[in-house]
Design a protein around this ligand. Sequence first.
Ligand code: UGA
Length: 449
Amino acid sequence: MKVCVIGVGYVGLITSVCLAYKGNDVISMDSDYDKIEKLNKGIPTIYESDLEPLLNEMVEKEKLEFTTNLKYGVESSDVVFVAVGTPPNENGSANLDYVFGAIRSIAKFVNGNKTIVIKSTVPVGTQKKVKRIVSDIIHPKYKVNILSNPEFLREGTAINDFFNADRIVIGADNKNEAKMLLRLYKDFNQKIIITRPESSELIKYSANAFLATKISFINEIANISEAYGSDIDEVVEGLASDHRINRSFLNAGVGYGGSCLPKDVKALIKIADDRNVRSELLTSVENVNKNQRKLLFKRLELTLNDVTNKEICILGASFKPNTDDVREAPSIDIINDILSSHGKVKLYDPIGMNNMKSLFHAKEIEYCKDIYTAVTACDAVVILTEWEEFKESNWKLIKDLMKGNIVIDGRNVLNIDNMLDLGFNYKCIGSRVQKMSELGTGVIETKIM
Ligand code: UGA
C-alpha cells in the first residue's frame, strides 16, 4: 500500500521503517530538514538498536523515502499516519497544536479518498474534533476516514514491539471505515481490536497509567517492606507467581520517567478532571513516583551525613536502559538535589551523556568516559539506570577506586550478598536481606509425582 507518515519522532520513524519492511511504499514527512537529510542517507535520528540496518535496507530498496514536502506525501498515499508529538501543557493536558496543524495541512492536500490515522497519543474526543476539521476543509466529493490507532511500542525494544505487539487497537466510527488499516495489518499476526474512537483513545492512556500504577504500587510495597524487614525480592516473587498479577512492571526503584508514563498519567488526570471526575488513584500514583526520587536523595543524604562537598558518582542518566533518552529521567532530579546541597557530581551513562549535556553544563557536573573514571575518589555511588554494564562491572575494583564505600542502588540491580561481602555500605529500595536460600530456605518448587 502507499503510506505517508507525518512526523519522524520515535513512533513515526519506527512506524515508517516497519511498514516499509512489510512491503508498503512509505513516504515519511517531517518539517525538520536536517533530520530528513540524515534519514535519507540511512542515518538514524533516534537511538534504537536494530534500527540502522533496517532503515538502510528500506532506503536502499526505495521502499522508504523521507521528505519535507507534505503535499507530495499526502497526494501520493492512500493512508496517512499522523505521528507528531503531543507535549504537555502547563496544566498537564496534551498540547494538540502539532496534531491539528498537521491535520489542517493534510486536509488541504487531499486529492482523493483517503484514510487518516491518528497515531499520536491524543485525549479522548480528538478523533471527533479531527473529523470536523477535515470535513470543513476537503472537497465533499472525497471520502476521508479518520481512525485512531494508538501505538504501544517501548523505547529500546521499539522494532520488536511494533511487529510483536500484544494487540493492535483501531478506533473507528464503523468497521467498514477500518478496512484500509485492516489491510495494512493483515499479515501482522497480532490480535486486532476494533473499538469506537473514544475507547481506543482511552485505551492508550489507561495502558500507560496502569503500568505507572503497577510501578508506584510496588514502590509503596517496597517502602512498607523496608519498615518491617521483609525482602522486596521475595515479596515480588510471591506476588508475581499469581498469574492474575504477573511479574512485569513490578521492579521497585527510583520510579518511572521517560516521555510517556509521566506525561500520560498527568494528561489522564486532566482528561478526567475536564468532565468533573476526580482521579484519586492516578494523583497518588504520581505523588508516589515523585516521592521515590525524594526518598532516594534523602537516603543518600542520611548515609553520607552531609552532602556538602562530597563527590557523588551517578551511574545512569537515561530514564531506562538501551536508550539515550533522558526526558523526565530520575537522574535530573537527583543531580539537581545534589547540586543544591552543594555536593559534586560525576556522571557516567553508556549513551545518555550527550542529551544530559543540554541540561547540565560541563562546569556544573563532570562527565566521565567510563564507569571506573566516574567512581574514582567518590564518596558514594548512586545507580539510577539498570544498564547491564553496571551489573557486569568489576565491583571489587570499584571498591578500591572509591574514597568511600556507599552504594545507593536505585534500581535494585546489584547482588546484595556480593556487595556486602566486598565491604560496601549498600542501600537499595525496599529492604533486600542476605538471601534466605543461604539460611536453608527460599523458593522450593514441589512437583506432585
Ligand atoms: C511506555 C509504555 O511501556 C509503552 O507501551 C508505550 O507505547 C510508551 O510508553 C509510549 O506511550 O510511547 P517507555 O516510555 O518506552 O514505554 O518505557 P517503559 O518501558 O514503559 O518504562 C517507563 C519507566 O518505568 C522507566 O523509567 C522504567 O525504568 C520504569 N520502570 C519500568 C520501573 O521503574 N519499574 C518497572 O518494573 C518497569
